[in-house]
Design a protein around this ligand. Structure first.
Ligand code: AP5
Ligand code: MG
Length: 232
């Protein structure tokens, strides 16, 4: 009897083996991968004064780690180019180098995050810039069962950023890249944004990285900070 049963069993194995594999894949392997995927969620803030290389390095980080890059400055500039209501509202602040009021930020940010809802994480570039924005971002993250994993602060001297932005002014003509406005952007950074360094340091999320030198060299150090951090 046992012989007959085991014969039948071995007979059916080759027939059903592919289906069994698919079953295992669907119910076990995918779950494991999804959990791993969740563990690898990374939400990074790239922080620093105007011209410190936030945009340049955020693009590289987002590319390497497959994260969605959200730059509030880029979003505002695109709204201004497209002459939208929002563009109209923010133009005067940006051209003077003042911060756009916090209440105009949250919807923009939520929309940008929704656009990339399937992402394994975000790189925030130029956001948050005030304690109020940071607290709002924390709340938003909590609603999604996520958190800010790391804040990468680029350290660049005032002289170097003025030099870089004046050079960019000749090439690209961004409306806020003239010496008077650049100096005001720096002042606003020191007064309203720099205090965030303490906010994130107290949460043990801050990594400061020298922001002067070659773009590739700085990127390597940023990756080291990211990988050191995710390695725990
Ligand atoms: P935003 O667009 O964020 O501008 P920013 O902070 O002034 O900084 P930049 O974009 O000028 O510089 P970056 O640090 O990105 O450096 P980048 O890589 O471009 O904000 C603009 C305005 O929008 C604000 O003033 C405010 O009005 C408003 N705004 C935005 N977000 C807001 C918020 N959250 N709340 C309220 N208001 C908000 O590099 C700069 C230049 O240097 C480039 O030419 C680049 O090629 C060059 N460069 C980069 N790396 C190097 C290097 N290692 N060596 C030499 N040159 C380099
Ligand atoms: Mg930028």
């Amino acid at each position: 009897m046992t012989g007959v049963l085991s014969h039948k069993f071995t007979h059916y194995i080759p027939r059903y083996f592919p289906k069994m594999l698919i079953f295992v894949w669907n119910h076990v392997a995918v779950n494991i991968f999804e959990n791993q995927y969740h563990d690898l969620m990374m939400n990074i803030i790239v922080f620093g004064p105007p011209g410190s290389g936030k945009g340049t390095q955020s693009v590289k980080i987002a590319g390497k780690y497959h994260l969605a890059h959200i730059s509030t400055g880029d979003i505002f500039r695109s709204e201004i180019r497209n002459k939208t209501k929002m563009g109209n509202k923010v133009q005067s602040y940006i051209s003077k180098g003042e911060l756009v009021p916090d209440e105009l930020l949250l919807d923009i940010l939520k929309n940008a995050m929704e656009k990339h809802s399937g992402t394994r994480g975000y790189v925030f570039d130029g956001f948050p810039r005030t304690i109020h924005q940071a607290v709002s971002l924390d709340k938003l993250m909590q609603e999604k069962n996520q958190e800010i994993t790391l804040v990468l602060a680029l350290e660049v001297s005032g002289e170097e950023v003025v030099k870089r932005l004046l050079k960019r002014a000749q090439l690209e003509g961004r409306s806020d890249d003239n010496e008077e406005v650049i100096r005001n952007r720096l002042k606003v950074y020191h007064e309203q944004t720099e205090p965030l360094l303490t906010y994130y340091d107290e949460q043990d999320k801050l990594a400061t990285v020298p922001g002067e030198g070659t773009i590739e060299g700085i990127f390597k150090n940023l990756c080291r900070a990211i990988e050191g951090d995710s390695a725990g």
